[in-house]
Design a binder for this molecule. Structure first.
Ligand SMILES: Cc1cc2nc3c(=O)[nH]c(=O)nc-3n(C[C@H](O)[C@H](O)[C@H](O)COP(=O)(O)OP(=O)(O)OC[C@H]3O[C@@H](n4cnc5c(N)ncnc54)[C@H](O)[C@@H]3O)c2cc1C
Length: 462
């Protein structure tokens, strides 16, 4: 059945991005007398906080994603367009799409999020150390992890098998810690009894952080507990070490920004590993560069207190793409889902006010804290009122994540999958969709100095 058509006489609000901020804005405008067009280059809203579970085979992709069109199906005033925005002209109030078409707007909410950033090394490092931002990234990472185990089963050479079974995660923020914990669980539990020619528990999982401690945005006491838990379960945590080079054989490390808990973990070294994963940084989406203001080092667009583009009160920028001042210490609102939701809803509220002839109001960030898992059945919860580590924190993590998932179907499925995994130790997503590439490379000879990017003498196997 065709639903009511949007009224073209009403003010036109364009939302770029159907992530947390864009969806929150669309929901706020559902019952308003406006015509909304939401443009996303993907057809699905992605629940990024659980993406690491797709990458590590605990969940399937549709469990953490939902078609934007379906999520907004009851919004009679909203049209969803699948397309990539390549530019915005805030003076002319026009949005340009990849196919050359243009859409005029009365109000614009740019909620295009962020993408992976390899700190100026995107060209060399992105192919050897994939980041985690999209479902494609998660599939790529899953293929590499499972492929390394498959190859190890057929590898007669002990040194090369050790290299195949070394997994390095760069960046010990929540995503890096969650990935490392899950990789460790795969080797210690999921893969147990699955192979005949090696012991999967011999796999090495190494978590590297350039700063003095892991989880720098969490309270230090909680981060210390998390580090101890990781170490106890078998993850090698190395802080104060910065990655200086990555190639298909592993990483070079040099002294980083500081020492962790009294001593530096390691002197500069070479770490040979077949699988290197990047969890060290993101940068504001490309479309931010077309808005006519200078972005910050993280590619974020500075906005006014009302979340508008300076000089353009009808153009808002929200979510991970926005640089929003917070407090008096020069802090900015963090790039997390609750902040994006609050900003998206606030920008839509300001649009409503402007349409009604009222002045827009300043955005006030309500800090609800942060949480992260640390391997199986342990998590940290760090809110202004509550600091918790362990099983109870994990139960809270489960509850909150189920609550925030975008569709009822996903909530039910994910809860079931977690319950099943908790008792069976299984990971149902252990399906390799494409044949994993054989690791052509070999570990470097032991006498090679860090920073030497020379090739090994022996040619890659056919
Ligand atoms: C692996 C990972 C784990 C995370 N874990 C947590 C967590 O545990 N807790 C937490 O609070 N936060 C977490 N975050 C951060 C959180 O996901 C982000 O802060 C949040 O998604 C930001 O919302 P957003 O709407 O600004 O951007 P997004 O949710 O990224 O949405 C942006 C949307 O814009 C679309 N888009 C981008 N460019 C264009 C274009 N040019 N044209 C059309 N569409 C475009 C994208 O396709 C996307 O759908 C995590 C992020 C990642 C990557």
């Amino acid at each position: 059945m065709l639903r009511a058509m949007p009224d073209h006489a009403q003010p036109h609000v364009i939302i770029i991005g159907g992530g947390f901020a864009g969806l929150a804005a669309a929901r706020k405008l559902e019952r308003e007398r406006v015509r909304v067009t939401l443009i996303d280059r993907r057809n699905h809203h992605l629940f990024q906080p659980l993406l690491y579970q797709v990458a590590t085979a605990a969940l399937a992709a549709p469990d953490v994603a939902a078609p934007i069109r379906r999520l907004l199906r009851r919004h009679d005033n909203t049209t969803v367009i699948l397309g990539a925005v390549v530019g915005v002209d805030p003076a002319a109030r026009v949005v340009r799409l990849e196919d050359g078409s243009e859409l005029a707007y009365d109000y614009l909410i740019v909620a295009a999020g962020a993408s992976n950033s390899w700190f100026g090394h995107d060209a060399e490092w992105s192919s050897v150390a994939p980041g985690l931002k999209t479902i494609d990234d998660a599939f790529d990472i899953r293929r590499r992890i499972l492929g390394a185990y498959e190859e190890a089963e057929r590898e007669p050479d002990e040194a090369r098998r050790r290299w195949l079974l070394t997994f390095v995660v760069i960046g010990a923020g929540p995503t890096g810690v969650e990935l490392a914990g899950a990789l460790n669980e795969i080797s210690r539990h999921t893969m147990r009894q699955n192979f005949r020619n090696f012991d999967p528990t011999s796999a090495r999982v190494v978590l590297i952080e350039a700063g003095p401690r892991i989880l720098p945005t969490f309270a230090e006491k909680l981060a210390t507990k998390a580090r101890k838990r990781l170490a106890k379960t078998g993850v090698e945590v190395k802080v104060g070490l910065m990655v200086t080079a990555i190639d298909e054989r592993g990483v070079d490390l040099a002294a980083g920004k500081g020492k962790g808990e009294g001593e530096r973990d390691e002197r500069p070294e070479r770490l040979d590993a077949a699988t290197v994963l990047w969890a060290a940084g993101v940068r504001g989406a490309e479309v931010g560069k077309t808005l006519g203001v200078e972005t910050d080092r993280g590619g974020r667009v500075p906005v006014t207190a009302e979340l508008a583009l300076p000089g353009h009160p009808r153009t808002y920028v929200v979510g991970d793409l926005a640089r929003v001042a917070w407090g008096d210490d020069g802090d900015t609102v963090p790039g997390i889902a609750p902040a994006a939701i609050q900003m998206g809803a606030h920008a839509a509220e300001n649009v409503k006010r402007q349409i009604n002839g009222e002045a827009p109001t300043p955005f006030r960030y309500r800090d609800k804290g942060a949480m992260a898992t640390v391997g199986r059945a342990a998590a940290l919860v760090d809110t202004p009122k509550l600091k918790l580590f362990g099983f109870l924190a994990w139960l809270m993590w489960v509850f909150i994540h189920i609550l925030y998932l975008a569709s009822f179907r996903n909530r039910v499925v994910v809860l079931f999958e977690w319950a099943w995994a908790y008792f069976s130790w299984n990971r149902p997503g252990r399906i390799i969709l494409e044949r994993p590439p054989r690791h052509g490379a070999r570990p470097l000879p032991p006498d090679r100095a860090p920073g030497d990017s020379g090739r090994p003498a022996d040619p890659p196997p056919a």
